[in-house]
Design a protein around this ligand. Structure first.
Ligand code: 5RP
Length: 243
């Protein structure tokens, strides 16, 4: 019985992700250079985009992960390296959390670094998500921090110390694993998942984390998203950001 409930919830959430992805297609025009985000919501969008491409839509995609590059190629979407295509017209990506200021937590799927490079190389970043991702305050989802493999244990200790100075005394960064092995990003780095709890000052935390030697990047996106498309059972809402 519990298993049936789980499958029903999965199906509902996939339907919401699909609704958000469908709305995002309204923002894609022929001739555009499009950043292709990673994660399950982005994959649903990619499949929908592939259908449009096979129907004649002409776009160039820039993938944010090796997996998305493989899937996009399979859907017949033409791809480019970022350097050859930047600036991009639009980037479409998912999020782990989004707040009313359109600050985001990203990186649950481990692609936060390339995703941020592509998002900040785009004129607009469109975020697609189901309603569960929209929160009053970021931090329930553990913040992924991408760390250089060299000396990563020392970097994680420095992360915890920096967090303590900002009023998060109990931070215990958790090294991400995939099965029994340490998870490695497409760029060969490791990830520490950091449960801050409610994040009280997002820009300050983002700036502090960026200054730690060994931290390659973190999943806080501040002032990057332009538009948030949130799909709920009652309908799809488009929330405009400041950018
Ligand atoms: C991957 C990401 C994803 O966008 C984020 O984890 C959301 O994923 P999903 O759509 O599967 O919930 O940041 O690095």
């Amino acid at each position: 019985m519990a298993w049936i409930g789980f499958i029903a919830a999965m199906t509902d959430s996939n339907a919401l992700k699909r609704a958000a992805g469908l709305r995002a297609l309204d923002f894609i025009e022929s001739g555009m250079k499009v950043g292709l985000g990673s994660g399950t919501t982005s994959e649903i969008f990619l499949e929908l985009l592939g259908t449009r491409v096979r129907g004649g839509l002409k776009i160039i995609g820039v993938p944010t992960s090796e997996r998305i590059a493989r899937l996009a190629t399979g859907y017949g979407i033409a791809l480019s390296e970022l350097d050859a295509a930047a600036p991009l017209d639009i980037d479409v990506d998912g999020a782990d959390e989004a707040d009313p200021d359109l600050n985001l937590i990203k990186g649950g799927g481990g692609a936060l670094l390339r995703e941020k490079i592509v998002a900040t190389s785009s004129k607009r970043m469109l975020v697609i998500a189901d309603g569960s991702k929209y929160v009053d305050r970021l931090g329930r989802f553990p913040l992924p921090v991408e760390v250089l493999a060299f000396g990563h244990g020392t970097t994680s200790a420095r992360l915890a110390a920096a967090a303590a100075t900002l009023g998060y005394p109990a931070l215990a960064p958790v090294l991400r694993h995939k099965g029994d092995a340490v998870f490695k990003t497409d760029s060969g780095n490791v990830i520490y998942d950091c449960s801050f709890g409610a994040i009280t000052d997002v820009p300050r935390l983002a700036a502090t984390l960026s200054q730690i030697a060994g931290v390659v990047d973190h999943g806080l996106y501040v002032g990057i998203a332009s538009l948030l498309i949130i799909a709920r059972e009652c309908g799809v809402e488009v929330i405009q950001g400041r950018k």
